[in-house]
Design a protein around this ligand. Structure first.
Ligand code: DP6
Length: 363
């Protein structure tokens, strides 16, 4: 597929109004996307677990309008009008207009809500942008019913990527790869694909407990963060390493080797932060409690031979990953030893999930 294959051309149907509701989850990267080229093309491939409980539900209502000169939309978060979200949606619409020429023909009402608190430091861009992209693709499907399910999902992921890169990994489960990798034939820089190979039962229902260390606004926006990889002294090596780490994980998912999984996942998290610490300008996004938690996890692993590990996003919160058969012991450990480092004791229990769902439609 090339980008131009996603341009909606002639369609027979015309629709006056309707609405679609999709729910779409967040995802947690194991090999991280950090650095991009023009048009949201990633500098390296990434792979993620799709989450189950952390998700956004979006209803997109649309009605035909008189003139088609400009975008027209309003946006509500938890029933409250959110004009400060408008510039983000405007930018998104501009980026995807060429692929969805009907965008200026309608007025849109976007009503969205998240299962996780807005000010939790958990990015809602992956779940939010993927839910939006799916609603828009439902309109395309209503206009052109003959598009295939495969095309629907690929184009929804393609559009979500133009909203926020990591969003293209949120549509399907339970693992998604985004970015060209030579061992994964169907992989693409343009959209996420379901992980195509065998996955050992050790990874079934894998847990992700998210420890909310710092619920504040992001210190560094992802756009600024990705840009720091331009002319970064370690960029070329980092992009090669990500390719290689994905190769190692492919093998690990086959054999079920949790020790190697832990090594790669923790190294990826720390490398992501190392890239931020060694860019110009430089940032430290971990907080003292992030390091306390990491050390406690390492001590617990050593003492009990557990397969617990951590990963990080571009912030201070810690994702604690562990296999299903350790749920009880690790949760006990989290409650006894880690919750003290969370802001107001807050954490979210999640696990691998299976992607987005159409909740409602009226056309
Ligand atoms: C650290 O997808 O938020 O979470 O494409 O600029 O919207 P934009 O960036 P975004 O970057 C996420 C980076 C990350 C790692 C990852 O999810 O792979």
């Amino acid at each position: 597929m090339r980008a131009k294959d996603f341009i909606l051309k002639a369609h027979k149907n015309s629709i006056e109004k309707g609405s679609f509701t999709w729910s779409s989850p967040s995802n947690i990267a194991l090999v991280k996307y950090w650095g991009k080229k023009e048009n949201q093309i990633p500098a390296n491939p990434s792979i993620s677990f799709t989450l189950n409980n952390c998700k956004t539900t979006t209803t997109l209502s649309f009605s035909k309008k008189e003139n088609s000169n400009e975008f027209s939309f309003e946006i509500f978060l938890d029933d409250e009008k959110k004009d400060d979200f408008k510039p983000k949606i405007e930018t998104f619409f501009k980026r995807i207009e060429a692929y969805l020429p009907f965008l200026k023909d309608y007025h849109f009402k976007i009503e969205t809500s998240n299962t996780f608190p807005h000010s939790s430091g958990i990015a809602s861009s992956a779940s939010g942008m993927s839910a939006m992209a799916l609603c828009l693709m439902s309109i395309e499907k209503a206009l052109k019913p003959e598009i295939t399910d495969e095309y629907f999902t690929q184009k929804a992921s393609f559009l979500a990527r133009l909203g926020s890169g990591s969003a293209c990994r949120s549509l399907e489960g339970d693992m998604v790869v985004w970015g060209k990798h030579n061992e994964i034939e169907a992989s693409s820089d343009l959209f996420g694909v379901k992980y195509p190979f065998k996955v050992h039962r050790n990874f079934k229902n894998y847990n992700d407990t998210i420890l909310l260390v710092d619920k504040g606004e992001k210190q560094v926006s992802s756009t600024i963060g990705h840009n720091l990889m331009h002319n970064h002294p370690f960029a070329i090596e980092r992009f090669k390493q990500a390719q290689n780490n994905l190769s190692i994980l492919i093998d690990t998912f086959k054999t079920g080797d949790l020790k190697t999984f832990i090594e790669i996942v923790e190294s990826e998290a720390l490398t992501l932060h190392a890239m931020m610490m060694t860019s110009m300008p430089y940032f430290i996004l971990m907080k003292p409690n992030t390091l306390e938690i990491i050390n406690k996890i390492w001590m617990f692993r050593k003492a009990t031979n557990s397969n617990i590990c951590f990963t990080l996003d571009a912030g201070a919160n810690v994702h604690v990953l562990y296999p299903e058969n350790e749920t009880e012991t690790v949760l006990e450990f989290i409650k006894n030893e880690l919750v003290a480092y969370c802001q107001n004791g807050h954490y979210i229990c999640d696990q691998i999930g299976f992607g987005a769902k159409l909740i409602n439609q009226t056309v």
